[in-house]
Design a protein around this ligand. Structure first.
Ligand code: F6P
Length: 344
């Protein structure tokens, strides 16, 4: 995120001589007038290798359905956002976020806020862009974890399950699993058959590989079953929080597998740390593109990466659906060609 902020600030100031105001904590920061600050070349110095965001963020704040905890009701604050936007003297809003945040941005754009979007999520589940920034860094962390898990798996002859994030998309699991030499990868796009998974691990064992590495996407679920939810959606959390598939799979192995099984939940380690070179470059390119879009009056659109080129697409198109793994596509096929079991 910091690479994007830096890209916006540097190109707005260096190329256009504009003033940049940073809004704190996502859309929540637009509900008040004192939650923003000028961003100068000085304020973005040294932030490129830092994970997170110097502005703070939230994945809960939605001004269109704002939950007033004490009153126990939900209100639409879009008028207040519009009013504050004008009072602050802003000419454009660069909204950096995943599907949920960009849907809010789209709504605000329909209500008169000149918005440009930048695709940010480790899940890589936005349509219209080959990659969202953050994904590559998460992938790197997951692959590194798999490399490390191999040590114990091999030495102790165990089944090691790594649960990774990705929400309803299996990108992190699939690509880290391929890169990290997993034996089984379970993704939401391919509901799995636990008996077949068990049989695959037993066969490996019979062939002399006395350990197995399984990557389970948090959104993966058994055929005919449902996702493992850690926290249901409620008025404060617009969407359910997933988690627990690793333990679920381990439990299913009892009775069908005579091997030690251990589960590692990678969790928020995937969302932190210094961004990879790829993400720093991509974030910088998205940030400068956002400024170019503002200069060209290309509002209601999102910066995107297609092949090696940065372009733009309507936010509406990018958020129409989720970008999911094609179960019969090239990457899934690659995994199976490598002998990786995808749970089917
Ligand atoms: O959308 C990004 C993501 O990291 C998902 O992969 C994960 O399911 C979720 O956010 C976790 O959200 P929280 O930080 O609120 O637990």
């Amino acid at each position: 995120m910091n690479a994007v902020i830096r890209g916006v600030v540097k190109s707005a100031i260096i190329r256009h001589g504009w003033q940049v105001i940073g809004i704190e904590d996502g859309f929540d920061g637009l509900l008040e007038l004192n939650r923003c600050r000028p961003l100068t070349l000085e304020s973005v110095r040294g932030i490129l290798p830092r994970g997170g965001t110097i502005l703070g963020t939230t994945n809960r704040g939605n001004p269109l359905f704002y939950h007033l905890i004490r009153e126990g009701k939900t209100v639409d604050y879009s008028d207040r956002v519009l009013e504050n936007f004008r009072t602050l003297g802003l000419d454009a809003l660069v909204a950096v976020g995943g599907e949920g945040s960009l849907k809010i941005a789209l709504e605000l754009s329909k209500r008169g806020v000149p918005v440009v979007g930048v695709p940010k999520t480790i899940d890589n589940d936005l349509l219209g862009t080959d990659f969202t920034f953050g994904y590559n860094t998460a992938l790197e962390t997951a692959t590194d974890a798999l490399d490390k898990l191999h040590t114990t798996a091999e030495s102790h002859h165990r089944v090691m399950i790594l649960e990774v994030m990705g929400r309803y998309a299996g990108w992190i699991a699939l690509e880290s699993g391929i890169a990290g030499g997993a034996d089984v990868i379970l993704i939401p796009e391919i509901p799995f058959d636990i008996q077949r998974v068990c049989a695959a691990i037993r066969q490996r064992s019979e062939r002399g590989s006395r350990f197995s590495i399984i990557v389970a996407a948090e959104g993966a679920y058994p055929a005919g079953g449902s996702r493992v939810v850690a926290h249901e959606a409620d008025e404060r959390h617009a969407i359910e929080r997933l988690g627990g598939i690793g333990q679920y799979v381990a439990k299913q192995f009892e009775g069908c597998l005579d091997m030690d099984v251990r589960v590692t939940v990678l969790g928020h380690l995937q969302r932190g740390g210094s961004p990879t070179t790829f993400d720093r470059a991509l974030g910088s390119r998205f940030g400068t593109k956002a400024v170019a879009m503002v200069a060209a009056g290309e509002f209601g659109r999102m910066a995107c990466l297609r092949g090696r080129t940065i372009g733009t697409i309507p936010i509406e198109e990018a958020t129409r659906d989720l970008n999911l793994v094609d179960p019969d596509g090239e990457i899934a096929r690659t995994a199976e060609d490598l002998g990786i079991m995808l749970g089917r």
